[in-house]
Design a protein around this ligand. Sequence first.
Ligand code: CP
Ligand code: NVA
Length: 307
Amino acid sequence: MHLISLKDWTREEILDVVERSIEIKRFPNKFENLMRGRSLALLFQKTSTRTRCAGEVGMSQLGGHAFFLDWGVTNFVLTDFQDEIRVLSAYVDVILARLLKHADVIRAAEVSSVPIINGCCDRYHPTQILADLMTIQEKLGRIEGVKLTYVGIHNNVCNSLIAAGMKVGMEITIVAPMTNPAAADEALLAEACRTGLCRSSECLSEAIAESDVVYTDTWVDMEFFGNPEFEDEKQRRIELMQPYQLNNAIMEGHNALVMHCLPAHRGYEISGNLIADPRSIMFDQSENRLYGMKALFAEVMRRNGAE
Ligand code: CP
Ligand code: NVA
């Protein structure tokens, strides 16, 4: 009933949402009453543009109602987390939660009487990857057999790419000299490697040469960006990761599509001119967050026996 990480979703469930997303994009009017009378709470501990807007707008375009709860102005700040989730779930039909810690996403799912959708924690970012698969399907006409290189810090986005990628038959190469400590999921990585669909590489140029898609993400997750205590680590990462920047030089002579979940940090993980390059499909990805979110609402409600 919940969407926590995509690890427990089947290939069919993932591909159904991708297919439905494409259908919703093409025929929006067909779905305008799908969520009539339904309410969505967006509970966010972290900043967001895409996930929040796709959730709020998506729900309203489906005929439902959505409201944003900024963590800091709720009573989540002063009482028991699970009590408050239990209360919130009595008012609404779905909760889209962007929580700092993965453990809290699990704790929310334990007590919620309605589906919890993980809107990006420190370990996984499943709603992003559903929209990314949709974008790959649109651009390449297939997902199975697509060769994707993820370059950057091994983080929440990388984990969800691996979790979904191995189910849908994508070949993923990871070029990541370091892992965010909170994102370390050795069991997931080992399982993905066992399928033969996932491998690590130290050579970015070789990986790009063999790829249909190259994907990168921020070297520092959003919650640490303005944190003075993280400043030294941020500088260390900038030095360590500079050779792994995606730019026109490393992409020269290659036709691979370039993906980024956004927000991007120009001049760090990616150059500004590559963002504007015709190979870049990141604004398609971000637009597709809307259709992905709508298809996801339909899916969790269906699984919850409401459709
Ligand atoms: N890609 C993504 O999740 O963006 P936001 O942080 O703006 O929601
Ligand atoms: N890894 C990034 C993804 C943002 C959408 C972060 O967590 O900040």
